[in-house]
Design a protein around this ligand. Structure first.
Ligand SMILES: O=C(O)C1=C[C@@H](OP(=O)(O)O)[C@@H](O)[C@H](O)C1
Ligand SMILES: C=C(OP(=O)(O)O)C(=O)O
Length: 429
């Protein structure tokens, strides 16, 4: 437990930040580098707790992974060199590790047991177990395999055509990764596009994959070929500072080398719709992933409605967008975001609780939030719910609060943004 007391700030935010690497892309780089043939160098890797769970899992299966600061060198020897781990794989708090690894482990010829922390143990796994079983995977676990702990005995998999019943990139990725080992073709169809980092990276590692953004097909070509991966900054981490600059008068921040993959930039679209002064420069592309610098200057914004197809493009940014909504005139409505109920915590309930404690006017609905702005935030003692995104939202709220904001436990921030408080200090004038 690490309580944090944040005093009122009342200062504008200025400067430049190099946002740490994208969590989703870092996981995928370790996974594909570990099963490919050859040496994969990953630069700007996110040294957060969740990504280290993925690293540790492959180390326990015999892969040599060397880490020097934010560079990771993976000595991939193909899937046949992976060995049965002698101990259960611990996935901590990481939904991405769990669901993507279930896809991989289903096709590897040995036995594994996987488990996680209290939060992960409550998160639904039937969403990946169902399609994987349909591919002939042999998986068992608590409540017939709906929850961790789970055990997996790798089998000969069969390709399937699968229409996603939930808007989830983790489910899509689990099925596509299992498709690497399956006989025949594996197809995933989604009605609303979700993040496509798995598809981009599979292509960069030479997989036989094609996608039109809604239908993705992969066939088993036996081997992937190592390639170097540059991980852009995580837009989900940048989001905290985008909103910080949007709520603290007089602020101007530049966030460098942030991932701009269209399946992730819903927050930029929302900020622009609300009237933000936001510029993107130095746009580049690497491994199919766009990135660039984002400069945002404080300006009064207006309320909006966030719903429908944009939701998967900003799903992890909803807590911090809810804080933004408390600071604009009018009512902001967030709908179709029921997936938030099954994240690290129930984020709809947690956001409503934390922001209510801080003096906001906010209601939780079944699938979202209704926020009436603008309200002066007071301060107070808030719970992080052991959820990194809730803890960081509370910390950003302290920038505009009238009194101290006391976060009961901020240790979850190591999941996705280990140097978050250093960055926060760096930009306070
Ligand atoms: O594929 C990924 O890397 C992720 C997908 C999203 O989850 P879902 O697939 O459950 O929507 C997101 O919330 C999570 O932080 C990371
Ligand atoms: C939901 C998240 O991650 P995961 O599903 O990997 O635990 C997140 O980072 O907000």
């Amino acid at each position: 437990m690490a309580e944090r007391v944040l005093a009122p700030c009342n200062k504008a935010l200025q400067g430049e930040l190099e946002i740490p690497g994208d969590k989703s892309i870092s996981h995928r780089a370790v996974i594909l580098g570990s099963i490919a043939n050859g040496t994969t160098k990953v630069s700007n890797f996110l040294d957060g707790e969740d990504c280290m769970r993925t690293v540790k899992a492959f180390e326990l299966m015999g892969v040599s992974i060397e880490k020097q600061d934010s560079t990771v060198i993976i000595e991939g020897k193909g899937t046949s060199a992976l060995k049965e781990p002698v101990e259960p794989l611990y996935f901590g708090n990481s939904g991405t590790t769990t669901r993507l690894m279930l896809g991989i482990l289903s096709g590897l010829p040995f036995f594994t047991t996987v488990y996680g922390d209290a939060s992960l143990t409550k998160r639904p796994m039937d969403r990946v177990i169902d399609p994987l079983r349909a591919m002939n995977a042999s998986i068992d676990g608590r409540q017939d395999g709906s929850y961790l702990p789970l055990s997996i005995r790798g089998e000969n998999l069969q390709g399937i055509s699968y229409t996603l019943p939930v808007k989830s990139a983790q489910v899509k990725s689990a099925v596509l990764l299992a498709g690497l080992f399956a006989n025949g073709e594996t197809k995933v169809i989604e009605d609303t596009p979700t993040r496509n980092h798995t598809e981009n990276m599979l292509e960069a590692f030479g997989a036989a994959i094609s996608s039109d953004g809604r239908e993705t097909t992969i066939t088993n070509i036996q081997t992937l070929t190592a390639t170097n991966v540059y991980v852009p900054g995580d837009i989900s981490s940048a989001a905290f500072f985008l909103v910080a600059a949007a709520i603290v008068p007089g602020s101007k921040l530049t966030l460098k080398n942030v991932g701009l993959n269209r399946t992730r930039t819903g927050i930029i679209d929302v900020l622009l719709t609300m009237g933000a002064d936001l510029q993107i420069t130095n746009q580049q592309i690497s491994g199919g992933e766009e990135f660039g610098d984002i400069t945002i200057t404080y300006k009064e914004l207006s309320s909006t409605v966030i719903e429908g197809e944009i939701i998967p493009r900003l799903i992890d940014e909803i807590p911090i967008l809810a804080l933004l909504a408390t600071q604009v005139e009018g009512t902001t409505i967030i709908r179709n975001a029921e997936e938030l109920r099954v994240k690290e915590t129930d984020r709809i309930a947690a956001v409503a609780d934390v922001l209510t404690t801080l003096g906001a006017d906010i209601e939780a609905t079944v699938d979202g939030l209704v926020i009436h702005g603008r309200k002066t935030l007071t301060g107070g003692e808030i719970k992080s719910y052991n959820d990194h995104r809730i803890a960081m939202m509370g910390a950003i709220a302290s920038l505009i609060a009238k009194d101290d904001v006391i976060i009961d436990d901020d240790s979850s921030i190591y999941i996705s943004y280990p140097n978050f408080f250093d960055h926060l200090q760096d930009i306070i004038l």
